[in-house]
Design a protein around this ligand. Structure first.
Ligand SMILES: CC(C)(COP(=O)(O)OP(=O)(O)OC[C@H]1O[C@@H](n2cnc3c(N)ncnc32)[C@H](O)[C@@H]1OP(=O)(O)O)[C@@H](O)C(=O)NCCC(=O)NCCS
Length: 205
């Protein structure tokens, strides 16, 4: 299992997994590219023998104490072996490192596996958004995690070492991507306006 920061070069492999994992409400390539290049988001991928078997992302505006888990997915054949948890704890550890205190997410009401994963890391259900996921008309459960409590648990955050070091390297050259090209500046990108745009902009499907 190799967890590393994602780059735009991972877009096609991520999108193949996105469409397989979210058959009715997959994100578009344009949305995933925006996420992968946004300075407000941090994405990681999980590779096995050079093949991408998972990805996940978190969004936290610079300086904000709130963050949102945007998405997590593991290839069907690679599930049930701790990879989903490894991606989730890597994202949470990075958020803690950036000073985030609370993490939120939406999860489909008909996704007990993902709910169990989140609850097992301390996420608590805050409420529901009726018929949030379209076109299926499925409710969203809104969940929250007290990240400082999570980070204070023994063993929390260890998972982030490699990805964390790579992120720190990225911090040292904020305006360049991994191959040294200048990164587009999204510092002032407007937040999504409507619930639909919010869903399109990345509620965990
Ligand atoms: C949700 C998902 C990421 C979990 O990844 P995974 O690698 O299978 O999960 P892990 O092996 O790390 O398991 C972590 C926890 O998830 C829960 N879980 C995983 N598989 C489960 C199953 N078949 N039944 C019930 N709970 C399950 C358990 O709480 C498990 O903890 P445990 O192993 O200590 O019991 C994966 O199922 C997936 O990609 N699903 C499709 C996309 C998706 O729904 N993403 C989430 C969007 S909000």
């Amino acid at each position: 299992m190799t967890v590393r920061p994602a780059t735009v070069a991972d877009l096609d492999a991520i999108m193949a997994l996105e469409r397989a994992s979210f058959p009715t409400d997959a994100w578009s390539d344009a949305m995933m590219r925006e996420e992968l290049t946004s300075r407000h988001a941090w994405y990681v991928v999980d590779e096995e023998a050079g093949r991408l078997v998972g990805y996940g992302g978190i969004r936290a505006a610079k300086g904000s104490t709130d963050a949102d888990i945007q998405t997590i997915a593991i290839a069907e054949g690679a599930r049930g072996r701790g990879r989903g948890r490894a991606l989730l704890t890597t994202l949470l550890a990075e958020a803690a490192r950036r000073g985030v205190r609370e993490v939120f997410l939406e999860v489909r009401a008909d996704n007990p596996v993902a709910q169990a994963l989140y609850a097992s890391e301390g996420f608590i259900e805050l409420g529901r958004r009726p018929r949030y996921y379209q076109p299926d008309g499925v409710d969203a459960l809104v969940m929250r995690l007290d990240l400082r409590g999570w980070a204070a648990r023994p063993g929390a955050g260890l998972a982030a070492t490699d990805a964390h070091d790579a992120a720190r390297d990225q911090e040292n050259r904020p305006n360049q991507d991994e191959s040294g090209r200048n990164r587009p500046d999204f510092a002032h990108s407007p937040e999504p306006a409507t619930p639909a745009a919010a869903a399109d902009a990345g509620a965990c499907t």
